[in-house]
Ligand binder design. Structure first.
Ligand code: KG4
Ligand code: ZN
Length: 343
């Protein structure tokens, strides 16, 4: 029998709700919070308040667009973590309220698992090619950078991870240094298209195995700009596009080096990317190019599934529903990945 899942995502600054019937997407509604832009980053207190305002209209709209009512929903899947605690509490508490009021079981979802499984959401009328198991997923977001081996929808192994900043943070901090606004990733992506990626070089990390580090390259950019600006106060303005293109290229090189190593070590040739930074056009092109050269089959998520969304939470909930993995009503959010046993 077909299963209908309502997914709810509230881990950071996007409130989202989606409805899935089996793997097929019926609706995916999103309210992004503009309020953080003027502060140059997400303010947790403001994020949880905005979730409180948005969550009911977003969920109602998702049900309406899907053409279903609460009585059609077999389970509500919600993001338990990782994320901002105040934001997670809004989605978790709302889910529990629905569960008690409408007598619907609930399913907890790990946000990172959701990003990876976004590849399995089937969109009517689209090419819904998805990875075969086992596959490698480069998970690149504002909070995490990992290479994950995925053996089936519910079994993952983290092969490598960042020991300091996430790559999304490196994009955002670089943009902040250059006064480009928040979030920085999309701005750098846009400016990089007009710049020369070979013009400047920044210090690359030397980290063993499949792990990453992005704090050194950020510091390298900081000192580079400080020295050049001392010589020419207009240096940044004159070289903005080349700086973005070069910095982005270096980040992509760092990401690809370890991904190529992981593919060699595991012999796996199904390679996917996921998370906010997987929207980056330079990274998308490069993964496809490497894939052609190395005989990988590559999977890039649709752009709307790269950043935080509830469709990815609903699809993970769907697989957990099929496996009978429900959550108790006294469940509490987990803000850190480590609390899940992820590194
Ligand atoms: O997955 P996500 O929406 O939230 C987290 O779970 O962290 O990722 C947000 C991150 C931010 O750092 C943002 O700058 C980055 O994704 N991002 C991009 C692009 N679009 C979003 N980074 C590089 N290029 C982009 N086009
Ligand atoms: Zn995310």
């Amino acid at each position: 029998m077909a299963v209908t899942i309502l997914g709810i995502e509230s881990s950071c600054d996007d409130t989202s709700a989606a409805v899935l019937r089996d793997e097929v997407l019926l609706s995916n509604v999103m309210a992004s919070q503009e309020v953080h832009r003027r502060y140059g980053g997400v303010i947790p207190e403001l994020a949880s308040r905005a979730h409180q305002q948005n969550i009911l209209p977003v969920v109602s709209e998702a049900l309406k667009q899907a053409g279903v009512t609460l009585s059609d929903i077999d389970a509500v899947a919600f993001t338990r973590g990782p994320g901002l605690l105040g934001s997670l509490l809004v989605g978790t508490s709302f889910t529990k309220g629905l569960s008690v009021a409408a007598d619907i079981p609930i399913i907890e979802v790990n946000h990172l698992q959701g990003h990876i499984l976004s590849h399995f959401v089937q969109v009517p009328g689209r090419d819904n090619r998805c990875p075969e198991f086992p596959f490698l997923c480069l998970l690149v977001s504002g909070g995490h950078t990992q290479i994950v081996r995925v053996d089936d929808p519910l079994h993952f192994e983290i092969l490598g991870h960042t020991i300091d900043d996430a790559v999304g943070e490196a994009f955002d901090k670089c943009a902040k240094l250059m006064g480009l606004g928040y979030p920085g990733g999309p701005v750098i992506d846009r400016l990089a298209k007009e710049g020369d990626p070979k013009r400047f070089r920044f210090a690359k990390p030397h980290i063993p195995d499949l792990d990453y580090s992005f704090s050194g390259i950020k510091t390298s950019l900081l000192y580079f700009l400080r020295d050049r600006l001392a010589e020419d106060p207009d240096f940044m303005e004159k070289n903005k596009a080349d700086l973005c293109a070069s910095f982005q290229q270096d980040l992509i090189d760092i990401l690809l080096k370890k991904l190529v190593l992981a593919a060699k070590q595991t012999g796996i040739r199904q390679v996917a990317i996921a998370g906010g930074v997987s929207a980056n056009s330079g990274l998308r092109n490069r993964i496809e190019e490497e894939g052609r050269r190395r005989g990988w089959t590559t999977f890039l998520p649709e752009l709307r599934f790269t950043t935080d969304n509830a469709a990815m939470i609903a699809i993970t909930g769907y697989y957990k529903f099929r496996a009978g993995q429900f959550a108790p009503i006294d469940i509490a959010p987990l803000s850190r990945a480590a609390e899940y046993g992820d590194r």
